[in-house]
Design a protein around this ligand. Structure first.
Ligand SMILES: Cc1ncc(COP(=O)(O)O)c(C=O)c1O
Length: 412
């Protein structure tokens, strides 16, 4: 049994280097208002994506700021895919629009361009396409479709940040690109998000949103920076009389850890105000961006390893994954919940919140998301059968071997 847990959300980016950096930031609170790192991050993103960059407190806030800046008439429809995160319909509702769900392609887990045709109405103003788990969506085809219908294409790159090795199509066709720097995303600052805009008029409005954004409370920034410290120390001492486990349990009880989603967000409510990205979180993102090639190489190596192994076992996987730096590796099994439950006794936790519901996580009040049960059958099937394997920066080869070993006996 693995001593340290194999877990999707156990400080997935928090290596020793990452934790030391966060510790230094945590211990120098007088620098927390110094915008040098946010300005530098903005410049770096602008250069990488050839677009103007606007930074906020999270991906969902960045999306809300964009949707407001687009100034569509109230009640406009925004098409999103089934099998998505509740952050999307919440931001759409808060901006005064209506989310409409299109089904996914079972070969990519991304929006199926054929399914969109039936969803476009005279009120449709935008499509948000997601690169689910880092699998590239067919943005070229989607951008043609958008041009035909005079609607806006927003690319959601929360799960994938391309590097020099590609994939070259990701982040290229959208008039707007959404990034998230949440703790389990492509790269992480614990908190933060961005919109990249290729439209000068909207960029001007986004700049206003950014300068009017609230500053996050000091205790929130403190808790964000505490996350790497707690998870790193928790991981190091996990096998030592369970100290790490107790530490994280206590941190949870004392509310020292920020929740990823609040209880009201799970009920479909999102506050209308947005926040500035905290400079120390921007500093963490910049460090991650500078080693994006390394992070993605690690993800590519694990993706390839899982894909090859899955082939030998004839597990059900998606085609054409081997060269991708996946955020996590999907396979499809009967009784996925039972397998996840059985893996826990080996200290393996594969519940990543992307299971059991079309609008994730499954604890979301589905009725408030505007999703009509049965309207995206592919998405419903994927939510039932999916089992994802971690590829994050702190997932080791040894852990991957242990995971595959236990999975093989359970699936035999
Ligand atoms: C596909 C996708 N887009 C956007 C978001 C929102 O990002 P954030 O958590 O930074 O608000 C998420 C969040 O989990 C996501 O999975």
């Amino acid at each position: 049994m693995s001593i340290r847990p194999i877990h999707h959300t156990f400080g997935p980016h928090v290596s020793r280097k990452y934790a030391l950096h966060a510790d230094r930031l945590l211990l120098s609170p007088w620098t927390w208002n110094n915008t040098k790192h946010t300005n530098e991050l903005r410049n770096e993103l602008e250069k990488q994506f050839s677009a103007s960059a606007h930074l906020f407190g999270s991906g969902r806030e960045a999306l809300l700021a964009l949707l407001r800046s687009l100034r569509f008439e109230q009640g406009s429809e925004i098409i999103i895919q089934g099998y998505t995160c509740v952050a999307l319909p919440n931001a759409i509702h808060t901006a005064g629009y209506t989310p409409v769900y299109a089904d996914i392609d079972l070969q990519t887990l991304n929006m199926d361009p054929n399914a969109i045709q039936g969803r476009i109405s005279s009120r449709t103003r935008a499509i948000i396409c997601q690169h689910t788990f880092g699998i590239p969506a067919d943005t070229e085809r989607l951008s043609h479709l958008c041009a035909q219908h005079n609607i806006v294409l927003i690319e959601d790159c929360a799960h994938m940040l391309p590097d020099a090795q590609g994939p070259g199509t990701v982040g290229k066709y959208g008039e707007y690109v959404l990034l998230s720097f949440g703790r389990d995303k492509a790269i992480s600052g614990v908190l933060g998000g961005a919109i990249l805009s290729r439209n000068d008029g909207t960029s001007a409005l986004l700049r206003q949103e950014e300068s009017n954004a609230h500053t996050l409370a000091i205790h929130t920034v403190f808790r964000a920076l505490l996350y790497p410290a707690l998870y790193h120390k928790g991981r190091m001492t996990y096998g030592l009389f369970g100290i790490g486990k107790i530490l994280l349990f206590l941190a949870g009880k004392l509310r020292l850890l920020l929740p990823v989603l609040s209880a009201s967000e799970k009920q479909g409510d999102m506050p209308p105000h947005v926040h500035k990205m905290p400079p120390p979180c921007a500093a963490l993102v910049r460090a991650e961006l500078s080693r994006l090639g390394e992070i993605n190489a690690h993800r590519r190596a694990l993706t390839q390893y899982y894909a090859r192994y899955a082939d030998t076992q004839r597990w059900k996987i998606l085609p054409h994954l081997t060269k991708l730096p996946l955020q996590k590796f999907p396979l499809f099994v009967q009784h996925a919940d039972d397998i996840r439950a059985a893996l826990k006794k080996y200290n393996i936790y594969l519940d990543d919140s992307w299971t059991g519901a079309v609008v994730c996580p499954r604890t979301v009040h589905q009725e408030s998301t505007n999703y009509l049960s049965g309207s995206c059958p592919h998405a419903e099937r994927v939510a039932r059968e999916i089992l994802t394997l971690p590829t994050h920066p702190t997932m080791t080869q040894k852990q991957a071997d242990s995971l595959l070993h236990h999975l093989t006996s359970l699936l035999a």
